[in-house]
Design a protein around this ligand. Structure first.
Ligand code: PHE
Length: 455
């Protein structure tokens, strides 16, 4: 298995692939409305601290587990510590979580694709602002259109994954990550030049700490975990393709910083436009598919060409960002089928496409024909999202840090992070990192659980 395993070609390729997984709907769709609901700049500051102090160490753990074991997430911990039950539980979760997540993520990816088509056909800019919400609701509740875009989106991603790690995932990420930064900066320039946008910029840079409480702390931490793709098997699996000569700490830090930067740029692109259009910043999950089209259609009357170009760029950015995240999820399942059952990558991708296609179809229909089917008041997509991001991903992250902090052994960790002693790794830095992994991260994750379920 060892010598057959593909590797990412270079450090940049590792960073682009991992940043591709991290930068996704979480940055463009979730982050701006979280900022809007939880106090603007103060939330951003806490988010930055949470990412650097807690999520980055967890990220380093996941890459370490992947690279040291050279196995897909399902087998990684069991290979490092055979017989450890915790490792087997993690292995099971590492297949379950990405498959469920990929199924509904692809539905929202399909919505982005639909909005990209609408932007390209000029419809978003032509429609009247009053129509925007009805257009969105009619779209998601109709049975066929969202199903079609879901399958199209999933098909594109499965195709990229089927081509392999180097010629599929690596190639696509190398092009798409620079393009994404370019598109979001373009949108940012459009947004901050709109009349009335200054208030939105102020909102993004002036912290109001009175809005911060235990709940917003937990949300900031949870968002940062989700945004860095932690607890879903994706980073462990990508870690297994990182060369033994690569510096894990440097690649992980570069990924975390790109993800942070992208989230902040996306917030700066969205919020000023929201203020310019006179909309409440805490508009919730509808922000991207209702508020943003509202802005393009209200401004479209005066600036039709610029608005159309920006609408296309914006929805293209969301779609591409969602594709690079989705492929990291599909890769976990595809490499599992490939490694465990010896199936070819193409057949594994087909199977994963069929499975996620079906589960995603049920999620998609939960806004239309299956809307009456609810569990604890939630439709299927909302339920899966809640289950993954509030329970299972946190649990898997918790197991990963406990595994590295308590079972892998300090010396093994030092060995992996210093590439067998060949890289300089300061004692101080290593001890801080080890402390963050062993104590800070588990306690922080436990606190999120307590806030979410008890408070
Ligand atoms: N990080 C992705 C985002 O921000 C979501 C994701 C989570 C992707 C877990 C892969 C694994 O949208």
């Amino acid at each position: 298995m060892e010598n057959k395993r593909e590797n990412f070609g270079s450090r940049l390729a590792v960073i682009f692939a991992m940043a591709g997984s991290a930068i996704g709907l979480g940055n463009i769709w979730r982050f701006p409305f979280m900022v809007g609901e939880h106090g603007g700049a103060a939330f951003i500051l806490i988010y930055i601290l949470a990412t650097l102090l807690v999520s980055l160490p967890v990220f380093i753990c996941e890459v370490t587990i992947g690279r040291r074991s050279r196995q897909t997430a399902y087998n990684a911990m069991p290979t490092l510590k055979p017989g450890l039950r915790l490792g087997r539980v993690a292995g099971f979760l590492s297949v379950l979580v990405p498959v469920v997540l990929a199924s509904y993520y692809s539905v929202i990816g399909g919505w982005s694709l639909e909005y990209f088509f609408q932007a390209a056909s000029g419809r978003i800019v032509r429609q009247s602002p009053a129509e925007v919400t009805t257009v969105f609701e009619t779209f998601i509740s109709s049975p066929w259109m969202p199903l079609t875009t879901h399958l199209l989106f999933l098909g594109i991603c499965a195709f990229i994954v089927a081509r392999g790690v180097k010629s599929g995932i690596e190639k696509f990420s190398k092009v798409s990550i620079p393009v994404l930064f370019f598109l979001i900066v373009g949108m940012l320039v459009y947004s901050v030049t709109l009349p009335g946008s200054a208030e939105g910029v102020r909102y993004m840079v002036h912290p109001d700490f009175s809005q911060i409480n235990a709940r917003s702390l937990a949300y900031a931490l949870g968002q940062s975990f989700y945004s860095l793709s932690l607890g879903a098997g994706a980073i462990v699996t990508y870690g297994s393709y990182v060369k033994k000569s690569e510096n894990i700490i440097v690649s992980s830090a570069a990924t975390a910083v790109s993800d942070l930067l992208f989230a902040i740029l996306a917030g700066l692109a969205v919020m000023p436009a929201v203020f310019a259009a006179g909309i409440e910043p805490g508009a919730g999950p509808g922000l991207v598919f209702q508020t943003i089209p509202f802005i393009f259609s209200s401004l479209g009357a005066n600036l039709p060409i610029i608005s159309t170009v920006c609408a296309i760029a914006f929805f293209l950015a969301i779609t591409v960002a969602a594709i690079t995240s989705e492929i990291s999820l599909l890769e976990v399942a595809v490499s599992y089928l490939h490694d465990k059952f010896g199936l070819s990558r193409v057949w594994s991708s087909v199977l994963v496409f069929v499975f996620c296609g079906l589960v995603g179809a049920l999620c998609s229909l939960s806004f239309g024909p299956l809307a009456a089917f609810k569990l604890s008041g939630m439709g299927l997509l909302d339920l899966f999202d809640w289950l993954c991001s509030n329970v299972l991903m946190l649990l898997l992250s918790l197991i990963s840090v406990i595994f590295v902090g308590f079972f892998l052994g300090k010396e093994n960790l030092r060995d992996e992070l210093s590439n067998g002693g060949t890289l300089p790794l300061g004692r101080g830095l290593f001890n801080i990192l080890y402390f963050a992994i062993k104590w800070v991260a588990p306690i922080a994750i436990a606190l999120i659980f307590i806030t979410n379920f008890i408070l």
